[in-house]
Design a protein around this ligand. Structure first.
Ligand code: NAD
Length: 316
């Protein structure tokens, strides 16, 4: 439950999820109690909604200064290098994804923070994991540097909980679809781009093949899941490693067909690139029964309602 003294720091607040999570947390906790930060200058969508500071997540001292000055009680760590960008520069991705987390976990331990949020990803699953309804506990052998770094991150979270009692909570987000802030270089980005191209050009050349099924979720659901996980009573949180989280699973062909119901002249072509191999290594659908059991997770948006809402809100 939230209390009067919750003060939140969001690291990586200018990204696709960060912007919307910052706005949602400000609505819930009050603008003055949620500090947004990023390596980049303030995202215009956050302007005027609350405090913003420049923080490099690799710089522990910078994070620490804000934690002390603002008496921070919770950190949401969103800064990361995503799957497609990570494959182009693996050591860079590993360095940011690991060091940022270690900085935050150490600060949480030293300053006895109440809670930490760490977003993991369905990218932890690899070719040896079950493709359909992939369970939370299964073979986890990721083959992308992004997946490797997220799985190592989950293990660090569990370690800090077991060893130091840090209440760190985590979700394995599927591909997130949204219209406010642009996605940051993931393999599921096609499911956002397709709306802009459908509205602008009535056609889209997809970088994945037509039958590539991937787990996806509308941003509204992802934000609500995050708030519900962080709000759940501590005794309900049975995993401090990470929770599977699911909503919908579809292929480029299926989302194109759904868009055609609204824009009949829309057409799609397929030119798979290096991201096809990343997508092929992941599970196609996810079993999230633990999230549903432990903290009451329930998704609201299906493919049809998500597509309808995106087409209503995307501005070109
Ligand atoms: P994004 O790339 O859109 O945003 C990341 C933000 O972090 C950017 O604003 C970037 O400037 C900032 N950043 C990068 N390096 C930084 C550093 N050293 N210090 C401070 N800030 C830095 O990513 P997103 O899509 O918003 O994802 C947020 C989190 O959720 C990430 O951890 C990502 O791995 C995870 N996730 C996202 C998705 C998705 O579909 N968007 C799916 C699964 C998991």
């Amino acid at each position: 439950m939230s209390n009067d003294t919750d003060t939140i720091l969001i690291i990586g607040a200018g990204g696709q999820i960060g912007v919307e999570l910052t706005l949602a947390l400000r609505k819930k906790y009050g603008n003055e109690n949620v500090i947004a930060s990023d390596l980049r200058e303030e995202n215009p969508l956050l302007a005027g909604t609350g405090a913003f500071v420049l923080i490099d997540a690799l710089n522990k001292q910078q994070i620490e200064e804000v934690v002390k000055k603002e008496s921070i009680t919770q950190i949401y760590l969103l800064a990361a290098v995503l799957s497609a960008v990570g494959e182009k520069n693996p050591l860079f991705a590993w360095n940011i994804n690991m060091q940022a987390l270690l900085n935050v976990l150490e600060i949480a331990r030293e300053y006895k923070l109440d809670k930490v949020f760490f977003p993991s990803s369905i990218a932890v699953f690899g070719p040896t994991s079950p493709k359909q309804n992939c369970p939370q506990h299964t073979i986890i052998e990721p083959t992308t540097i992004y997946g490797i770094s997220k799985y190592a991150g989950e293990s660090w979270c569990e370690y800090y909980f077991q060893k130091y009692g840090v209440d760190v909570r985590s979700i394995r987000y599927p591909g997130i679809i949204s219209y406010k802030s642009a996605p940051g270089g993931g393999t599921t980005d096609y499911a956002v781009e397709i709306f802009y191209e459908a509205l602008k050009n009535k056609s889209y050349n997809c970088f994945l093949s037509e039958d590539t099924y991937l787990p996806m979720m509308y941003m509204e659901d992802a934000i609500r899941a995050t708030l519900e996980l962080m709000d759940a009573p501590k005794e309900n949180i049975k995993s401090h490693r990470s929770y599977n989280l699911a909503a919908i699973s579809f292929s480029p062909k299926e989302i194109a067909a759904e868009i055609q119901k609204h824009i009949p002249e829309f057409s799609i072509t397929y030119t798979p690139d290096f991201r096809q191999a990343i997508a092929d290594s992941w599970a196609q659908s996810i079993d999230d029964k633990e999230a549903r059991q432990d903290w009451g997770w329930k998704h609201e948006y299906d493919l049809a309602t998500m597509v309808e809402d995106m087409l209503k809100n995307v501005k070109i």
